[in-house]
Design a protein around this ligand. Structure first.
Ligand code: NAD
Length: 484
C-alpha cells in the first residue's frame, strides 16, 4: 500500500484484443477513482517471438512478485515451437490454486435462453492435464500425464465450500469423470464427499462431467457453485459464459495464498483484434473482482452498477447487439465511455450491487497420512513393431523375465493382447507389459525391477518408460487393463 492508501498492482496489456479492452478498463478504473497505481509489464506474443519461451522476462517476473496482484489481458501463445503457456506457468509458479469464474445472465437486455443464471465455477488451477507433462514415446504414441494430488484436490474443494459459505450460496456441485478415471477423478469425488459432510448447511451433489456440461448448456439455472478439475473447469466456464450471453462477459479471479491474478475468461480473439468491437465486460468484471479482493468493494460496486445500467440502457457491443433489444451498437471505446458516464448511477431493472467485500477464506488442508505401500508389479512400456501381431514380442518378454518376474498381460492401446487377444483392432508400436511375481499380487522388490530392466535390455527390447504397481494400505492402487 502506498502512502495515500493506493495499492500498487501490475498490468499486462496482452495480445489481440488485449490492449483495447485493457485501455477501456483502465479508463473506467481511473474515472471511478480506484485507489490504484500501476506497473506495466510486457507478456505474451512479443516476448515469445523475441526468443523467451516462457513469454515473460525476468524483470517482469520480479515486478509481478513484488506487487502480488496482476490485472491481465489475454495473450496469444504461438502454436508449436516449444512455447509454454504463460497463463499456466503463472498460475503454477505463483501458487494460484483457485480459479473463480462467476457467470450471470443480463436478461432481458442481453439475449439468453436462461434469464436466471447465477453460478460460480471454482476450477482447480494448478494440476490435471494442465501440468503440461507430455512425451512423444514412439513415432505413433504420445502420452500426457494427468497429475492429481490429494492435497491439491482437497484445497480446491474446501475453497469451493468456504466460498459458498462466505457468499451465502446454497449448493456445491462436483463434476468429474470418475466412472472412467477411478483413481484420479475418483479421489477428487471421494474427497468432495468427505469435505461436503463438514458443511451440512450447504447442499452437495455430483455429476459426471459429460452430462454436467450438457446440463449447463440446457438448464444452467439449476447450478449454484460448481467445483471441478482444471480441464473440465476450463471447458464448462466457456459454456456457462456463452449461454449466459457471451464469452466476452465473464471475468475470473485466480487466487493463491500470496498472489492473485484477474483476467477475462476469453482469449485474445485475434479475429476481431484492432477493430474496436471487442466487449471489454469480461476484463471489467475481472477488475471488479480484483477491487473486492483489494478491499475496494465500494469502487467495484460503483463500476458494476454503471456496467449494469449501460447494459440496461441497451448500449451493447457487437456480439451481444440484437435488433429489438439493443438501442445502440457501441465499439469498445464507446462502451467504456457509456460506463464512465453512468458511474454513480444505479441500475433500475437489475438488482444494484452493494459493497461486497471479498472475504478471506480460511483453507486448511488435512495432512496426507503416510500409507503402507507395497509394490506388487511393474508396467514396462516397450517400443515394438506389432505389424505381425504380438506373438514375437510376447516370446521375447517371457524368455527375458524368466526367473525374475512373470509376464501377466500385454496391452496395446489399453486393450489386452496377451494372454488372450480381445480385439483385432489396430495395434500400435508401443505395448504395455505388466510383470508380477504371481497372480496373487505378492510383493516384489526394487532389485527385481532392476534385474528385469537389465534382462529386457539384453533381449534387445526398447524400454520407453516404467510404472510401479502398488497396493496402498492393502488396496489396489492401479487400474486393471480393459479385459484384464
Ligand atoms: P477466444 O476466446 O480468443 O475467441 C473465441 C471467440 O470468441 C472468437 O470468435 C472471438 O472473436 C470471440 N470473443 C472472445 N472474446 C471476445 C470479446 N471480448 N468480445 C467479443 N467477442 C469475443 O478463443 P480462441 O480463438 O480459441 O483463442 C485465441 C487465442 O487466445 C489463442 O492464442 C489462445 O491460446 C489464447 N487464449 C488466451 C487466454 C488467456 O490469456 N487467458 C485464454 C484462452 C485463450
Amino acid at each position: 500500500m502506498t502512502a495515500d492508501n493506493k495499492k500498487r498492482i501490475t498490468i499486462a496489456y496482452g495480445d489481440g484484443i488485449g490492449p483495447e479492452i485493457m485501455d477501456a478498463t483502465l479508463r473506467i478504473l481511473q474515472a471511478a477513482e480506484a485507489r490504484l497505481e500501476y506497473d506495466v509489464i510486457e507478456v505474451g506474443e512479443k516476448q515469445y517471438l523475441s526468443g523467451n519461451t516462457s513469454g515473460i522476462s525476468d524483470e517482469a517476473w520480479s515486478i509481478l512478485k513484488t506487487n502480488k496482484v496482476l490485472l491481465k489481458s489475454p495473450i496469444t501463445t504461438p502454436q508449436g515451437g516449444g512455447y509454454k503457456s504463460l497463463n499456466v506457468t503463472m498460475r503454477k509458479m505463483l501458487g494460484m490454486f483457485s480459479n473463480v469464474r462467476p457467470s450471470r445472465s443480463y436478461a432481458p437486455y442481453v439475449r439468453t435462453h436462461f434469464p436466471n443464471i447465477d453460478m460460480v465455477i471454482v476450477r482447480e488451477n494448478e494440476e490435471d492435464l494442465y501440468a503440461g507433462i507430455e512425451y512423444q514415446q514412439t513415432p505413433e504414441v504420445v502420452h500426457t500425464i494427468k497429475l492429481i494430488t490429494r492435497s491439491g484436490s482437497e484445497k480446491i474443494i474446501r475453497y469451493a465450500f468456504e466460498y459458498a459459505r462466505a457468499n451465502g450460496r446454497k449448493k456445491v456441485t462436483c463434476m468429474t469423470k470418475d466412472n472412467i478415471m477411478k483413481h484420479t477423478d475418483g479421489m477428487f469425488h471421494q474427497l468432495f464427499n468427505e469435505v461436503a459432510a463438514e458443511y451440512p448447511e450447504i447442499a452437495a451433489d455430483h455429476y459426471i462431467i459429460d452430462i454436467g456440461a450438457a446440463r449447463i448448456a440446457d438448464d444452467p439455472e439449476r447450478f449454484d457453485v460448481i467445483v471441478t478439475l482444471n480441464l473440465y473447469g476450463d471447458i464448462i466456464s466457456d459454456i456457462a459464459a456463452e449461454v449466459s450471453g457471451s464469452v466476452g462477459l465473464c471475468g475470473s479471479a485466480n487466487i493463491g495464498d500470496d498472489f492473485a491474478m484477474f483476467e477475462a475468461i476469453h482469449g485474445s480473439a485475434p479475429d476481431i483484434a484492432g477493430k474496436n468491437i471487442a466487449n471489454p465486460s469480461g476484463l471489467i468484471n475481472a477488475a471488479c473482482l480484483m477491487l473486492q479482493h483489494l478491499g475496494q468493494a465500494d469502487v467495484a460496486a460503483k463500476i458494476e452498477n454503471a456496467l449494469l445500467k449501460t447494459l440496461e440502457d441497451g448500449i451493447h457491443t457487437g456480439e451481444i447487439y440484437k435488433e429489438g433489444l439493443s438501442v445502440q451498437k457501441a465499439g469498445t471505446r464507446e462502451f467504456a465511455d457509456a460506463i464512465i458516464a453512468r458511474l454513480g448511477q444505479k441500475p433500475q431493472h437489475f438488482k444494484a450491487i452493494e459493497n461486497e467485500q471479498s472475504k478471506t477464506l480460511n483453507i486448511t488442508v488435512r495432512p496426507t497420512a503416510p500409507a503402507e505401500m507395497t509394490q506388487v508389479g511393474v508396467d514396462v512400456y516397450v517400443h515394438a513393431d506389432m505389424a505381425n501381431g504380438p506373438a514375437e514380442l510376447v516370446e521375447k518378454l517371457k524368455s527375458a523375465c524368466e526367473g525374475i518376474l512373470k509376464l501377466k498381460i500385454v496391452t496395446n492401446r489399453g486393450l489386452v493382447v496377451y494372454p488372450k487377444a480381445l480385439s483385432e483392432s489396430m495395434l500400435t508400436d508401443q505395448s504395455r507389459c505388466r510383470f508380477m511375481k504371481d497372480m496373487d499380487y505378492s510383493p516384489i522388490s526394487q532389485q527385481q525391477v532392476v534385474d528385469l530392466m537389465v534382462a529386457l535390455n539384453k533381449a534387445g527390447l526398447v524400454i520407453n518408460k516404467t510404472e510401479g504397481l502398488y497396493f496402498m494400505n492393502g488396496k489396489r492402487a492401479f487400474s486393471l487393463a480393459q479385459g484384464e
